[in-house]
Write a protein that binds this ligand. Structure first.
Ligand code: ZN
Length: 257
């Protein structure tokens, strides 16, 4: 039996690419365009969406037809409409996977799903980042070496304000001395979330073989896993008879005989 392709939407605010020539030179089709090209595979159907499209390109129809959403944002978190954020959050609760990239840690959707501020320390000095895999048995780490290096990256440092139920897969060490929990998962409702830190817009991180491997694994792992309706229906008829109760029920719709 043929499995239908996983439907992936790559969302990018696409602001730095339009404002900074060096970023545009690095990502001439935008970070979303570069990722769409590099991650293309027969088992994926990939589309892209950006901030300046109507409804940021994330209409109800687009989200309904999205199994996994990737999110890159930085300079324009506050320009993302609350209605779209609520819509994305609802889809995650219903089972859509979401992969939050790099500075998406301060996006409205990350903070809504994570449940804490998402704050951290940072420094932009183009320093070495060494990414360590701390859960090699996790499917997102499949084929990824014990550690790999990114020669130029922005530093993110602990403490990183993330949810207590975060499952850690990657940690980073930086040339300047800091460490950071750079890859973790959460489950929210029926949906899964994966946060992966590398990917500052000024550096060619999204062309790095191991980074692309992690993202490719992440997309597959984020595939919706629950095949049942999201619980939001009133069920006045029980599956089994409910014994009469010896107290008066007052809720409308439940009649005491
Ligand atoms: Zn950055």
């Amino acid at each position: 039996m043929n499995t239908p392709p996983l439907r992936v939407t790559i969302w990018n605010e696409n602001v730095h690419e339009q404002q900074e020539p060096s970023v545009a030179a690095l990502y001439p089709d935008g970070i979303h365009g570069a990722l769409a090209k590099s991650l293309a595979a027969p088992d994926l159907t990939i589309r892209t969406a950006t901030l300046d499209e109507p409804e940021h390109g994330l209409t109800q129809d687009v989200l309904a037809a999205t199994d996994v959403l990737l999110w890159w944002g930085h300079a324009a978190h506050d320009q993302v409409s609350d209605a779209v954020v609520a819509r994305v959050q609802q889809r995650v609760w219903e089972g859509m996977g979401i992969l939050i990239l790099h500075s998406g840690h301060m996006s409205k959707i990350f903070r809504a799903l994570n449940g804490t501020s998402g704050k951290l320390h940072w420094r932009e000095a183009g320093e070495l980042e060494r990414v360590w895999c701390v859960d090699p048995a996790h499917p997102i780490a499949a084929g990824v070496p014990e550690h790999f290096e990114l020669p130029y990256e922005e530093m993110y440092g602990e403490p990183f304000m993330i949810a207590g139920d975060a499952h850690l897969i990657f940690m980073s060490w930086f040339e300047g001395g800091e460490v950071f929990r750079s890859g973790f998962t959460l489950q929210r409702g029926f949906g899964r979330m994966f946060y992966f830190r590398p990917g500052h817009e000024a550096f060619p991180t999204f062309y790095h073989e191991q980074v692309l491997k992690v993202l490719a694994n992440g997309i597959r792992w984020l595939k919706p896993t629950v095949d049942m309706p999201f619980p939001k229906t009133h069920r006045p008829e029980p599956l089994s008879p409910i014994a009469p109760k010896d107290f008066a029920l007052h809720k409308v719709g439940i009649v005491k005989s």
